[in-house]
Design a protein around this ligand. Structure first.
Ligand code: G
Ligand code: G
Ligand code: MN
Ligand code: NA
Length: 250
């Protein structure tokens, strides 16, 4: 309805912005990276969640312009950081079929003088990744450029393990349905424990999402999880605030 009507013009009107949520070392609290999360500042509705506008954008080709904006904005931001950390971008699986994909990353990297090693792409494991051959090839091209790859929302979809076997990625992000409340849930604990063991076998990094409580953090340390993301440490924040967090070394 109205969101759909307003979406095309919103890009020109500069109504989108990014928040950054830190990923931190579970032992030291050191910031190891951040995930960029998009928001739409709608003139009448206020801040709109990507859960509401990404599906709309994916119905038309607007998701390409939004992803182009995301990439441009993350490089612009990285260029301003005195001490860089890797930044993760959520990319619609559909964008993996966009023919300008590699060019867009390379061009931004050159223009901003920021190495592609600072970029990680998160692809939701819950999404249907059709044409596995294409995905395997595009992942391989992206890795060749130095871009890191993560399977997002891991464990929540239907084909987690199949994807892990088919697609070479660097990281799995364990979905927050397992991380949130893990200290009071034996099943979640067993699942995370197994995924940590599995990830080690594959030589993958593990990030556990949705950590809000100290007890969960303490348990994740026991399970040998090294990197966590969640409100316990910080919600997604404005770029200036993320930079300030890094400066203070929290
Ligand atoms: O930040 P928040 O928890 O509201 O994000 C909700 C969902 O929207 C998450 O699944 C997240 O991955 C997705 N999301 C956030 N920003 C972007 C973006 O820039 N592009 C895409 N495709 N998805 C995003
Ligand atoms: O699907 P993806 O993992 O990209 O989505 C990340 C979403 O999770 C973002 O919308 C972000 O705002 C949200 N998020 C981040 N940390 C927490 C948390 O500790 N608890 C909850 N409930 N949501 C979180
Ligand atoms: Mn994500
Ligand atoms: Na996720």
């Amino acid at each position: 309805f109205e969101l759909l009507r307003d979406l095309p013009g919103a890009i020109e009107r500069n109504e989108f912005f990014l928040l950054y949520q830190p990923k931190v070392n579970a032992w030291t609290g050191e910031i190891t990276g951040a995930e960029a999360l998009m928001r739409w500042e709608h003139p009448t509705w206020g801040v709109v969640s990507p859960l509401d506008f990404i599906p709309l954008a994916e119905e038309s080709n607007l998701f390409i312009r939004l992803t182009d904006y995301l990439i441009e904005e993350v490089f612009r931001y990285l260029a301003t950081l005195p001490k860089k950390v890797p930044i993760s971008l959520n990319v619609s699986p559909k964008y993996l079929y966009h023919e300008q994909l590699l060019h867009t990353f390379e061009s931004a990297s050159e223009r901003y003088g920021v190495s592609l090693h600072w970029i990680e792409i998160e692809v939701a494991e819950t999404s249907q990744l059709d044409e596995p051959h294409h995905i395997v090839n595009i992942f391989s091209d992206l890795r060749a450029l130095g871009i890191q790859l993560a399977l997002d929302d891991f464990g929540k979809g239907y084909s987690s393990l199949a994807y892990l076997q088919q697609f070479q990625v660097n990281t799995i992000k364990i979905d927050r349905i397992f991380g949130d409340g893990v200290s009071e849930n034996n099943q979640a604990r067993a699942i995370i424990h197994s995924l940590v063991v599995l990830a080690k076998e594959f030589g993958l990094e593990v990030v556990v999402e949705g950590i809000e409580q100290m007890n969960d953090l303490l348990l994740l340390r026991q399970l040998d999880c090294k990197i966590i993301q969640g409100y316990l440490f910080s919600p997604p924040v404005r770029g200036e605030d993320f930079q300030e967090m890094m400066r203070c070394g929290t």
